[in-house]
Design a protein around this ligand. Sequence first.
Ligand code: PGA
Length: 248
Amino acid sequence: MKRIFIANWKMQLLPHEAVNLASELQKRLKEGVRNCEIVLAPAHTALAAAHEVVKGGPLLLCAQDCFWEERGAYTGEVAAAELRELGCAYVLVGHSERRQYLGETDEMVKRKFNKIINSGMRPVLCVGEKLEERRKGKAKEIIRRQLETVITGFGDKEKKFVIAYEPVWAIGTGVAANPEEIGEMHAFIRSIVKKFITFDEKWVRIIYGGSVNAKNIGDFLKVPDTSGALVGGASLKAEEFEAIVKSR
Ligand code: PGA
């Protein structure tokens, strides 16, 4: 499977700023990078305009969230079908900021995850433990719960998705997890995936997120079973995100 690098722009850019950054990246990366998917995740408000910029390829679009219902009276929510119409290939689901500030539960994440898959897009399921959970030795227990709730009942239906391991304590702090911590958790995540999924497990890629930058990405990509990164702060600078994507 190809590596995947996702630029998570969160709520950091106005629509015109997101379009400018998308255009700059499109210019820098228009030849693509061999064996690699480059994915931009602007806010919902910038998706339509960003799609105009990247629709010739090779960059792909990702939404930061979506609702689980098809259509209806759900003021303020955004449906998976809307995102697909705006050209999204991927949708983030269960990001820790949504769990923390919006009260998203594993059950809600599961419903969203299924909706995204059934709408013909690929979910990027974010999982990660908080610092106090790691300190108490509960990191794996948390990851197991976050994962198992969502991927049970999948059976042998071949579905492609991405799991982003993002320890909450590493997000936006400048303190990334170290390669040993990432390797241990990715192996643990893979063991759960193997238990629940009977189709070819290579369709499930595992990536790391949390204070990734152009300097540390090389170390992370050497970690076994690491297929790329989910990048927040460092993806707001075209030059740095380009360096991350092109690192080997
Ligand atoms: P960060 O964010 O790279 O700024 O730590 C990562 C994320 O939240 O996806």
